[in-house]
Write a protein that binds this ligand. Structure first.
Ligand code: TRP
Length: 451
């Protein structure tokens, strides 16, 4: 079986996607999802949106706009799992399990929280003024998003790297506390696409809603045209040579043009093409590439129930993964049914019996010894030396016969005795609890299976 790379990312639903979001995140994610080796999980992070926004209309509108943008942009819902975070009740449930192992000190160090505290201190306010538990716990919810689906790669902006690291940290802690050698959670890695464009906005700074310098993506051709007309350029007149490499208009053009188109505009600018005409070229280019998707966007927005259906199918797919996994995690922390306890203990025992094994070997001096190995390969016992293989075999047989086992603990180890002779020794353990656990493992391993 080949395991495909699981790629997962969330989009906080507080705004309307603009051209910068499209080039920087949406377009690359849609392309990545077309790779046959990728198993992509993309979702609307609407629980995260509630942390930043208490305007229900805006939350609802943004969820629809973002869903429509991704779908219109060509996301194939048959290939990827596309869902709303808030349709997956397993996520808040996992959030709580993780909250109980996440160190508070870790969350104290989150950049977003610290920035809010610093701002309060600057203004002479209480350090936690206006800070909700949602903001404080933001990284735990995000860890649940990621760990729930055992994502390998998490494409995010630089500002989110710390959150992915925290997800690793919290997941590791859970594995350590409850995994008993089993890794429940895969360690995710942030994926920062170096080649992906951070588009400049109208004023040349990074395109961002907070700078109010964005170019709208799908609202209308007119909106896009109006924004493009406001791109700041230098004051060179038509006929004067322009420097393409110092023009963010040209940078925007580059992000969408073929190498030939780029070369063409470059030489025309050097030859004195007017800025007005250059803006026109940019509009034509964008409109040509995005016009059809814009149509699809408006169709989708006009029929929200179609989107609802698609997202519910996505939620079903996601929950088919999340549900059974969460069940395992609940069991691991001790949230188990009262009913099946006895039979469960018996089946664990049987598995241990089946899994533990004797391995015998010959020493250089010709004598024979054996080891008893636990299911995970850990050595439970090493025998003393026997004259031949037959004698060693007889002992392993007798050990498994069901007769009461003579185990004698010593400081940090134990010995096993048969007919008044010590026949095997344990390794040294870190403490007496580990020693007692190993004795228990030996007893279980040597108990015959009764069906
Ligand atoms: N916090 C992310 C952002 O603001 C959005 C997000 C929520 C996310 N959950 C996630 C991203 C899980 C990646 C994986 O950009």
């Amino acid at each position: 079986m080949t395991t495909r790379t699981r790629i997962l990312t969330g989009i906080t639903t507080t705004g309307t996607p603009h051209l910068g979001n499209y080039a920087g995140a949406i377009r690359p994610a849609i392309l990545a999802s077309q790779d046959a080796n990728a198993d992509s999980f993309y979702f609307l992070a609407d629980y995260h949106a509630l942390i930043k926004c208490d305007d229900p209309q805006r939350i609802q509108r943004s969820r629809m706009e973002i869903a429509a943008t991704w779908l219109a942009g060509g996301l194939d819902v048959n290939r990827v799992t596309f869902y709303r975070q808030s349709d997956i009740p397993e996520i808040p449930e996992l959030t709580w399990l993780l909250t109980c192992v996440a160190a508070k000190g870790l969350l104290n160090r989150a950049h977003a929280y610290k920035a809010s505290v610093d701002k309060n201190l600057e203004n002479g306010e209480d350090p936690d003024a206006g800070i909700s538990m949602g903001l404080y716990s933001y990284p735990v919810l995000m860890a649940a998003d990621i760990l729930m689906f055992n994502a390998h790669k998490v494409p995010v902006g630089r500002d989110q790297i710390q959150h992915v690291e925290m997800a690793r940290d919290i997941g590791q802690r859970f594995n350590h506390l409850f995994g008993k050698g089993k890794e429940f959670f895969t360690m995710p890695e942030a994926l920062i696409e170096e080649s992906v464009a951070t588009l400049p906005g109208l004023d040349g700074r990074k395109m961002s809603k907070s700078y109010d310098n964005t170019i709208p993506l799908f609202t209308s051709a007119k909106d896009m045209k109006d924004a493009i007309s406001r791109i700041v350029t230098d004051s060179r007149a038509p006929g004067e040579a322009k420097d393409p490499d110092n023009s963010h208009l040209f940078t925007l053009y580059q992000a969408f043009a073929t190498p030939e188109q780029e070369q063409q505009l470059r030489s025309e600018l050097l030859d004195g093409l007017g800025w007005g005409e250059a803006k026109n070229r940019l509009f034509q280019l964008l409109d040509g590439q995005l016009g059809e998707a814009r149509e699809r966007y408006h169709q989708l927005m006009a029929r929200p129930s179609d989107m609802e259906d698609l997202l519910l199918v996505g939620a079903k797919k996601a929950r088919a993964v999340a549900g059974p996994f969460l069940q395992e995690l609940r069991e691991a922390v001790g949230l188990r049914s009262f009913v099946n306890q006895a039979s469960e203990a018996a089946s664990t025992k049987k598995k241990a019996v089946k899994a533990a094994r004797f391995v015998s070997f010959r020493e250089d001096d010709g004598s024979f010894r054996f080891r008893l190995l636990a299911a995970d390969g850990e050595q439970l016992l090493l025998s003393r030396n026997f004259a031949d293989g037959k004698a060693a075999g007889a002992v392993t047989k007798q050990l498994q016969s069901g007769q009461a086992l003579d185990v004698r603990s010593e400081a940090l180890g134990f010995t096993v005795w048969l007919d008044g002779a010590c026949i095997a020794d344990s390794p040294a353990f870190a403490d007496s609890a580990a020693r007692d656990a190993a004795i228990e493992a030996v007893r279980i391993a040597l108990t015959p299976i009764e069906d």
